[in-house]
Design a protein around this ligand. Structure first.
Ligand code: ASP
Ligand code: MG
Length: 414
């Protein structure tokens, strides 16, 4: 059996969903479990709705937009079954109730954003059934079990495996359609696995079944050496070792969610990245292999913030000070993307997230003079060669650079 994952762009309107169904038809001769994300930019729209509803602002227009977007897709797909339409209507009512619920923000967030995936999986499943592809809708919250860390649910692998293993029987009869990105707690509340986490869901299902392979259907021809929108001569990799792909995601390549590779590599399950506009293209296979002479791989990570902590008493940065910096990072759950120290200061670059950074800066200010710069881009050149090494170091507005034998990183003002 195989696992397929279709992201938001691949199911963003009626035409895209029909194309998705055609792909499924082509591969339906063997058991399939399909993971879908929310349609198009629904997750962002739901985030805005939550924000307004929780601040007691007028959220009605946001809700109406989400409603009419999905309703239009249902019409484009000509799904007219009355009981289905009623179920969708109930779903929208549930979204409104959940978004206006007074409670912990992150918990409310998960109960609401998860509805994007619930809606998309309901619509896709109804359409596949209508198109002669018998499938069963499955609530991923009963199969992917997590703790109660809302927005970043941690998977209970033992329990999750026990639940998912039971699906093999159904898979021999029908296609299963389920949601990416979401899980459930033992108290039957919904959690999410982190933004863009649907790839990770696909890897979880694949590992627990276990599947022969996972295919992620994307709007690019495969994993590329750089974003083709930025670098026109970027190439598509035919194959990549797990390690290489995993490191790419660490540096910010957005083609695959960072948590996806590890479980697949441990279970030796290949991950294919294929193009949904042209399924005949070979795409990229990420598996246990060795590839010599990989070309330079360039990753741009935007919206970075450089924080510098300066000691104020004419002493030098010492281990105790470093340890209090790391304690603050750990407490605010902040990951360092690059770091550097000098005699009297320690600087590090992190993803810029408003509230988190302000909290971190205020904690650090108790002990240090803290400066920070926002609006930066971190460029990583993995497997650099002489040409790219010179090219990226001499970019204008470099404010920090670092290189090892294989990797060059420069932080630039955007
Ligand atoms: N819909 C979720 C998001 O946009 C999960 C995903 O797309 O993978 O973050
Ligand atoms: Mg998405």
């Amino acid at each position: 059996m195989k696992v397929f994952k279709f992201g938001g762009a691949s199911i963003k309107n009626g035409k895209a969903i029909k194309n998705m169904a055609a792909i499924v038809k082509q591969f339906a001769s063997e058991p399939l479990l399909i993971v879908v994300s929310a349609m198009g930019k629904t997750t962002n729209a739901l985030e805005q709705l939550i924000d307004k509803a929780q601040k007691n602002l007028d959220y009605k227009s946001s809700l109406d937009e989400i409603k009419s977007y999905h309703t239009e897709i249902i019409q484009q797909l000509e799904i007219v079954d009355q009981s289905f339409l009623e179920k969708i209507e109930t779903q929208f009512k549930g979204i409104e109730i959940a978004a206006t619920h007074a409670g912990d923000y992150d918990q409310v967030y998960d109960q609401v954003v998860s509805q994007g995936e619930i809606l998309s999986s309901m619509i896709v499943s109804a359409f596949l059934n209508k198109s002669g592809l018998p499938c069963e809708w499955l609530d991923a919250r009963n199969y992917i079990h997590t703790n109660e860390t809302y927005r970043e649910g941690k998977v209970d692998w033992v329990k999750t495996k026990q639940s998912i293993e039971t699906l093999n029987k159904t898979l021999n009869q029908k296609i299963i359609i389920t949601q990416g990105f979401i899980g459930g707690t033992s108290n039957h509340t919904t959690t999410t696995l982190g933004r863009e986490g649907s790839d990770y869901s696909a890897a979880i299902f694949a590992t627990c079944l276990p599947a022969k392979s996972v295919t992620i259907w994307k709007d690019v021809p495969g994993v590329m050496s750089a974003d083709p929108k930025r670098i026109s001569n970027a190439i598509v990799f035919e194959e990549l070792p797990y390690q290489e792909a995993s490191e790419m995601t660490y540096y910010g390549a957005s083609v695959i969610h960072p948590k996806t590779i590890k479980p697949l590599a441990n279970a030796n399950i290949p991950l294919l990245v294929k193009n949904f506009d042209d399924p005949s293209l070979p795409g990229t296979i990420i598996h246990d292999c060795k590839v010599d002479n990989l070309p330079p791989l360039i990753v741009f990570k935007e919206n970075q913030c450089l924080i510098s902590c300066k000691v104020t008493d004419f002493s030098f940065t010492n281990e105790q000070q470093l340890s209090s910096i790391f304690a603050a990072l750990s407490e605010t759950n902040t990951r360092i993307n690059v770091m550097q120290n000098s005699a009297i200061s320690f600087s590090f670059c992190v993803d810029f997230r408003d509230s988190k950074i302000l909290k971190l800066v205020s904690m650090l200010s108790e002990e240090f003079e803290v400066y920070y710069n926002t609006g930066l881009t971190l460029i990583t050149v993995k497997n650099y060669d002489a040409k790219t090494f010179i090219e990226y170091r001499s970019k204008p507005n470099v404010i920090l650079e670092q290189s090892s034998r294989s990797t060059l990183q420069v932080l630039v003002r955007s």
